[in-house]
Each structure stands twice: as C-alpha cells, then as structure tokens.
Design a protein around this ligand. Sequence first.
Ligand code: CP
Length: 309
Amino acid sequence: HRHLLGIEPLAPSDITTLLDLADDYVTLNRTAKHSDTLAGLTQINMFFENSTRTQASFEIAGKRLGADVMNMAMQASSIKKGETLIDTAMTLNAMHPDLLVVRHPQSGAVDLLAQKVNCAVLNAGDGRHEHPTQALLDALTIRRAKGRLHRLSIAICGDIAHSRVARSNIMLLGKMENRIRLIAPPTLMPSGIEEFGVEVFDDMAKGLKDVDVVMMLRLQKERMDGGFIPSEREYYHRFGLDSEKLAHAKPDAIVMHPGPMNRGVEIDGTLADDINRSVIQEQVEMGVAVRMAAMDLLAQNLRAERAAA
Ligand code: CP
C-alpha cells in the first residue's frame, strides 16, 4: 500500500503484519526508545481538527524512528487567509515530505489530498469516515489482553452514528472474524448498519451480555449539527458504563475508550481508572507503537517504489 487511508482496503494479513511489527515497537519503546528506521525522511503532521493522543503519538513515533518531524500549526497557517486544503497540501508537497499525517473534519478530505501529493499519506481521522490507526491500536490492545484477535464478542457502545472510530473498528474486527454488538439509542445508531454483519441493541444489559470487550465512545456533540442531542444525565443513566452494567459482560471483560473521555457521561470515572478492568492507558501506549509500525511499512514501500523508478 502507498497510503494508510482506512481499514477498508486492508486484508487480514496486512493487519496481522502491522500488529506483529507494532509488538516489536512496544518493546523498543519500553527500552532503547530510538531507531534509525526513518532516518533521512521528513514527516509533516497536519491537524485541521483538535487532537491530543493522535498528534502527540504520531510526533513521538516519527522522532523515535529518526525522522525529521514537523507539526504544522494549522490555526496559524494560511488556511486562515482562505488558502484551500489542496493548495496547502501542494505547497507542502513541493518541500518534498515523505510522510504526511492528516486529520480533517470532512469525510473524504484525506483521500482527496492523497491523490494530489507524491508522498505517503496517513489518515489521522477524517470526519465520521475512518480513523485507521485508532482501530489498529485498539486491535493490538485487544490481542495483547486476550491473546487473540478472532472469535471474540466485542460491544461498541454509544454514539456510533458520528464515530469514525466505530466505523474503522467495525471493519477491522469484522475482517478478523469477531462477533460485533453495537449498543446505542436509536437516534445515535446509523440505519442499515446490520448490513455490516453486526448485532444491534438499544439496551446495555442485553447488549453487554457475556461480551469479552466493552468499547465505549464519546458523545460527539460537535458533529450533531442541529440534530437531537441527548441530555447527559439521561444518557449516563441508560448508556453510561458503570460497574453495575459491566457485570453483564464476562467477568474478565476489558473496558476500552479511545479518548477523549467525558467522565460521568459515557463512562464512570472510577471504572475508567480501575486498572483491573480498564485498558485505556494501554491503548495510548499501543498508539505510539502502531503508528511507528504504520510509518515503517509505508516508508519501506516508498523506498522500494523510488528504487524501482
Ligand atoms: N482517540 C483520539 O483520536 O484522540 P485525539 O482526538 O485526542 O487524537
């Protein structure tokens, strides 16, 4: 692959190859913290939407692999003077970057940009479309916690309708032959989602029954433009994860959240901090390793392409 734009085009073997390499990078990150894998390559991070985890981990990942990393401060860029996304990308492309990491509020914007530039593009989240490195880091977290990434029962709960994390996870976990249960109020469940081979619930007790993994999602109010926004109190009562609702899952079920989390809205703060159940901090750690693996594999392809030219 030239780019990492989504989970959709990946084969199960691509996913396994990337996760195996990411496992090696977990070890590197806990020991030496440095390699020269991306030495001589330039990585530019362009975030047109807020980020803590994804931006920080892509920057750390690039630096640990020896790349020259530049974070574009998009708020201070000429986008504010009316320059288009494509003109901005073409301008940066003329500076010969090798890896472009892009987050954008519009679905499809990163794919469009990838068609215009000469380097590898990594989608760091586009609208409600895809967030491939999030799904890959979730997969690595699950594989390490459960010892496998197939034939697990996994519940994804909350604002499915606006979530690129849910979309990428549904595709990845489906490709790896897991049983996926989606739990949300009907207003936050995309219609026709059953076509993806998932089971749909609007009740936490029923949806969580005997699952191995519970993945919680944030209410994405910024994407609810004018639509129905549930009251936080009512939402927490029915769909917020606490230890009482978690008791319906398997006794060893793990609790995940991609972050940023809203304590007391979709998840109880004490449960989120419970290291016996919650793997939220492991997800963050896996994020650095997965992004290192993704950039390493794309750089290998880029170098091979250039050598053949
Ligand atoms: N999970 C995630 O994408 O978090 P950020 O928005 O902080 O990058």
